[in-house]
Design a protein around this ligand. Sequence first.
Ligand code: OAD
Length: 247
Amino acid sequence: MFQDEVRRAAEILRSATRVVAFTGAGVSAESGIATFRGAGGLWEGQRIEEVASPHAFAADPVHVWRFYDQRRTNVAKVRPNPAHEVLAAWQERFPNYTLVTQNVDGLHQGAGSRRVVELHGSLWRVRCTGCGREREDRTAPLPALPPRCAECGAFERPGVVWFGEALPAEAFLGAESAAEACEVLVVVGTSAVVYPAAGLVAVAAAVGAKVIEVNPEASALAHLADVTLRGPAGAMLPQVDAMLAGG
Ligand code: OAD
């Protein structure tokens, strides 16, 4: 039966030129990165809010940095999976393609995606809490926590969006206008409960775009999907891609 859904997804995509892929933690699950909302909302032994908020950082920057240093170290050891690879290959397939992610792991770029709209920032960027200078840093683990700004000496913080913070405006506006203009939105591996990111699905649906959901479980916005691929992204997306390539 899911073969029918794979075929429908491929049919919808075959004639499309304006395509948006919107991903969440589930796209990296098969690479070995834990998702956020499995196992009772604990993530690597932590409540997300206790390590992912400006308040937590102000109270204990070393604790927060240990958590992010561990995440960076874990991600540095893993490889992109076939789902990341298909979503990268689609930049060649569709004339107007936007890849929007809530993930901070950089695995889309690792698979060859050249332009990724990162709504929640990146683990590989750090930002000075004093002068605001941003830089890329791929050292994992970091030699000293918290890292300090080479310009002004203040603590640096992870370049990710925390609870209670605004999304980077340029990224969000870019994602929103791509969703408003798209013919097909492929939603992969997100529970679709964190706003404003999840709102992109309703934006696309409202302008009449077809929505394809790829997720082993129903997301909060599964009712907006025209086609549902109930399985792991690393298995489902290559099947859709093979059918697309097969003509
Ligand atoms: P969640 O952990 O909330 O959801 C992960 C989704 O992936 C679930 O719907 C799973 O069913 C699905 N999933 C699991 N394995 C999968 C697989 N192999 N293939 C496809 N899907 C799979 O993660 P997100 O929706 O990304 O925000 O969470 C959104 C935001 O909440 C994150 O970006 C983060 C977090 O708070 C910030 O840090 C700002």
